[in-house]
Ligand binder design. Sequence first.
Ligand code: GDP
Length: 598
Amino acid sequence: MVKQQTTDESGEAAPRRPAAKYRQLKVPQTVTVGALAELMGVSTIELIKQLMRGGIMANVTQGIDFDTAAALAPIFGFRAVPVEPSAVKAVNVSSDEEDPSLLQPRPPVVAILGHVDHGKTTILDAIRTTRVAEREVGGITQHIGAYQTTHNGKKITFLDTPGHEAFTAMRARGAQVTDIAVLVVAADDGIMPQTVEAIAHIKAANVPIIVAINKMDLPDADPDKVKRQLSEQDMLIEEWGGEVIAVPVSGKTGDGLGDLMENMLIVAEVAELRANPDRTATGVVVEAKLDKTRGPAATVLVKSGTLAVGDHIVAGTTRGKVKALINDLGKRVKQAEPSMPVEVLGLNQLPQAGDAFLVVENERTGRLLVEQRQREEGAPRTGVTLEEMVTQIRMGEVKDLPVVIKADVQGSVEAIRDSLVQLNTEKSQVSIIHSASGAVTEGDVFLASASHAIILGFNTRLEVGARQAAEQARVEIRLYNVIYNLLEDVQSTLEGLIEPTAVEVVEGHATVRAVFSQGNRGKVAGLYVNDGRVVRNGMARLSRNGQVIHEGPIASLRHFKENVREMGAQTECGMALEGFNDFEEEDVIEVYRLERSK
Ligand code: GDP
């Protein structure tokens, strides 16, 4: 969604569809609000809003029963039916609570980021070739998107696609794969634009960071300069009293790489990375390619459980029975434990990097789950608009307004940053995920999507691909030519967040049974109250064939010529609306009141 200095968009009428289009939705006997939103492919916020309209205050993790879910489903175009037990199991598998006593340490998964030519690939290759022990047993290194190595008897998994684009693209698909990020900075070159971007991406992901100061073998290596520059990026290294671990290395000579790995293990230890290996596997696809002879081949990382040959799996919207598992040395293995990269053969199609996978009970469950996910596909889930942000903060889900700033020149970037900080209040603040000069890139969109941020552009344009990515990920990009307008929008958002706002409380529903003319005083609808009550001081939302066609105040409410304040369910009454006369029989009127929320 790209908006050019947008004005406020109100009138967020609930999505209503004609009855004929209701699709069947399998719903468990109890389901969390979050899971139901996911099943229907709608935003959790939208669902919570609808629940509030029905007088139910619920949060994302709260369970609701089938009847409540069934009452909500039509609003989103679904007809709820109770789910069969096997499918429930598959759907719930990823949210199973783990018993802490079953958890065992697992190797860290490490991603390497940094500016181009600073030595990311060289370091990855150098570490890979230290795998002497494995090579002795005859394995040939296979590039499957990730590999595992052993240091001091402990395993470390490396993602083989360096750079923040891959890192954040996966995150934007909802996958949290990386446990530790290694930021490579060449000691002769120092911090460069992509280093700054990488730092923003790592910070947004909230992943521990280790800096590798590379190319220490070069005569003009200046590690102190790198450390100084890091401190300017709010990354104070340990020696200087900060928390950032910086390790001098040379990818070329291999110096310092042992120390680098040692530090990865320390960070992993601190992070207490654990998984339960004794359960059905779940994990993430890190790479997928179509092999002419073997068909779709997907490299996956197991996050929890153990994946075995013969398992039925679903990855994104693909599925299959695992025919073979091949490790990073090209050897067939029978199973894969947590953090172990392995290539899976047997999927019916090519999944995407970042897709979650899970093992399901049988082929049928797999098919059901894929069908369910296909229904959800295309349903935007990651992006968020400025208006939605207001609702989210109101719900207490977030108190920050995360933004990515792109502007024509560095001077504007700084001016905007400084002014935005001034807008912060105690209750809500702008959180700048990333700011830089230049056009809005696809990478910015992924970053914003993964961080639920909006993009604010000043005197800048969109790079090819960014627009499409934004539309797909439903990331809002607002472009401005006047800084004042940008600041004003942000300020009013922040103020909207902290000021009490009106929430709707639905009172009841009525159907138009007849329409009476009152001459020049307009028309009155004869109503039958279906549920709840209708109230004189309420608002009316009139829909016809599932489409809302009018919304506004109620002008009068009568019962046998008497003015009344309210009428209960299963009664008849007459209602006139302010500024609306075009009633038709069978129109449905929802009556609600606006109340101040806390
Ligand atoms: P990437 O773009 O970050 O993956 O960088 P590469 O690994 O492709 O390295 C870019 C260039 O720097 C290559 O010519 C490497 O040989 C060279 N290079 C990488 N690491 C070192 C190092 O530690 N010392 C020296 N002298 N050159 C290095």
